[in-house]
Design a protein around this ligand. Structure first.
Ligand code: NAD
Length: 483
């Protein structure tokens, strides 16, 4: 496969929070990989900006360690790493004060794209936006990238949007949801809208139901105090699972451009019906030999926050009337596995009789661990002995199907950062999408809080609380196994 990597235009990328965990694990190693791939032009520069008192050399040493820890061994080339590090600079900055801003202003160059990654707590977004503006650091073509969480409810999200809007136009704001940067998620759109095979079947006439699962094996770890104020609904469903649902459920956009795609996603969110409490199961993991319970992890013995959630949703429009969407996500589950399964209806009539068994086509879109798509088709079991049917996968695991170079599939973060430099907002959330998602989420959470609903306990290493199985079983359906 011939690589078709096109360098982006020259840029100055300032990473506020450039010494933080996200910068160290994702942003900086990702930028190194893009550099290695030849996507960074000669005069691109990256400027770390954070509270720590560092100089350029100390920051380069920090980034060298990050590359060493988070980049595959065969991608580590000393000469290339040195060349990459020579693009790096550092400014000690106080987001809430005056320190460092003049220096940063002095570093910025004219005639290159100025981008600012806000990899800091959302409470600092307004301070950063204001100071970028007051010091004339941001220009009309500058872009800002903001991280999740984007608010914790509708009113805080609106306030955040309003704060950013004081200094930046919507076309300059890139709200990142790294699930949208995944290769498979984009491929979902290619498969849906680039083939005639799927779209005619993509509706309630042929689709029995859709399952979206994002399962993690880890607990809340060191994020306990943040997580306990958030929970699976705010941390995962309102953003990541909702975005996946939108891409599955949306109508074909007229073009693959930012507003056409985001308009269609917004319509899906607005078409979501309110969810009744009996259609939701929340859970909290218990302790086991491998680790403490959720409540111990977050040091809150009375916590009512969920580390697991499963729910049944309806998108009320012509395409999806009668086809439920089941969403499920949780921590300390059996495996780290994220997938979307489109489960098609039974053939209208079985000519093979009962002994042939019960078979269904399922399109599985795997996001992790190994990205790819599988279409389950029913065929005759080979050999003599009558017409016995089996399901076999038509498999398209990208790494295998596309050859060795596909191993270079960029990580979601690096792909999205390059989209920022290119000025392409298609894979970023628009302000109204985020607000619509909170409008749907808020009443559900308010209901739990008003009733004092307690999550069900579940054993770590399982698929979550038993009750979540019932959500499906009572309708003659079942969750796919988490593995
Ligand atoms: P972190 O606590 O590890 O790092 C915070 C960074 O902000 C540090 O570089 C620190 O120096 C800087 N900072 C803090 N106060 C500052 C101030 N007053 N002035 C200037 N700089 C200041 O945080 P993180 O885990 O890297 O997360 C950053 C953002 O990304 C948060 O909004 C977080 O919610 C979001 N996020 C993180 C992850 C992750 O995996 N770490 C995942 C998704 C989203």
């Amino acid at each position: 496969m011939v690589s078709r990597i096109i360098p982006v235009d020259p840029f100055d990328l300032v990473i506020f929070g450039g010494t933080g965990d996200l910068a160290r694990r994702k942003i900086l190693p990702g930028l190194y990989r893009r550099f290695l791939a030849g996507q960074m032009p000669e005069d691109a520069r990256i400027i770390g900006a954070a509270r720590s008192e560092l100089d350029d050399d100390a920051y380069r040493a920090f980034v060298r360690d990050a590359v060493d820890e988070f980049v595959r061994p065969d991608r580590k080339d000393v000469g290339q790493i040195d060349a990459f590090l020579s693009r790096l600079h550092y400014v000690t900055i106080d987001a809430k004060g005056t320190g460092g801003w003049q220096e940063l202003a002095g570093l910025m160059r004219d005639g290159v794209i100025r981008s600012f990654y806000f990899s800091v707590a959302p409470g600092l977004f307004g301070d950063l936006a204001e100071r970028l503006h007051d010091h004339d650091i941001a220009d009309a073509d500058s872009r800002i990238v903001v991280e999740k969480p984007f608010g914790r409810d509708l009113s805080s999200a609106k306030a955040l949007n309003a704060t950013l809007a004081e200094h930046f136009n919507e076309s300059q704001i890139y709200r990142i949801d790294h699930y949208l940067g995944k290769e498979t998620v984009q491929n979902l759109m290619a498969v849906r809208f680039g083939n005639v095979l799927f779209e005619p079947l993509w509706n309630s006439q042929y689709v029995d139901h859709i399952q979206i699962t994002v399962a993690e094996t880890v607990g809340v770890g060191g994020r306990g105090s943040y997580y306990d104020r958030s929970g699976a609904m705010r941390d995962m469903v309102q953003n990541h699972l909702m975005q996946l649902l939108c891409l599955i459920a949306m109508e074909p956009p007229s073009r693959f451009n930012p507003d056409a795609v985001r308009d269609e996603k917004l319509k899906v969110i607005r078409a979501l019906e309110p969810v009744e409490p009996y259609q939701i199961v929340r859970g909290q993991y218990q302790a086991d030999a491998d680790g403490p319970s959720y409540r111990e992890d977050v040091e809150n013995p009375r916590s009512l926050t969920e580390s697991f959630i499963a729910m049944k949703l309806h998108v009320s429009n012509w395409r999806w009337a009668g086809t439920p969407f089941y969403l499920r996500t949780g921590k300390r589950l059996r495996a780290r596995a994220s997938e979307i399964a489109v489960v098609f209806k039974d053939a209208p009539h079985s000519i093979f009789g009962d002994e042939a068994g019960h078979h269904r086509n399922i399109l599985t879109i795997r996001l992790q661990p190994d990205e790819g798509m599988t279409l389950g088709v029913t065929i005759k079991e080979p050999g003599p002995g009558g017409m016995r049917l089996i399901d076999v996968p038509l498999d398209m695991t990208f790494a295998e199907a596309l050859g060795p170079e596909s191993e270079e599939i960029p990580d979601a973060y690096e792909r999205l950062i390059m989209d920022v430099i290119r000025g392409n907002q298609t894979l970023f959330m628009r302000g109204d999408e985020v607000e619509a998602a909170w409008s749907w989420t808020d009443p559900i959470i308010e209901g739990w809080e008003a009733r004092g609903d307690a999550p069900k306990p579940y054993e770590p290493g399982t698929a979550g609380p038993e009750e979540s199985q019932m959500l499906m079983h009572r309708e003659g359906r079942r969750w796919r196994e988490i593995r």
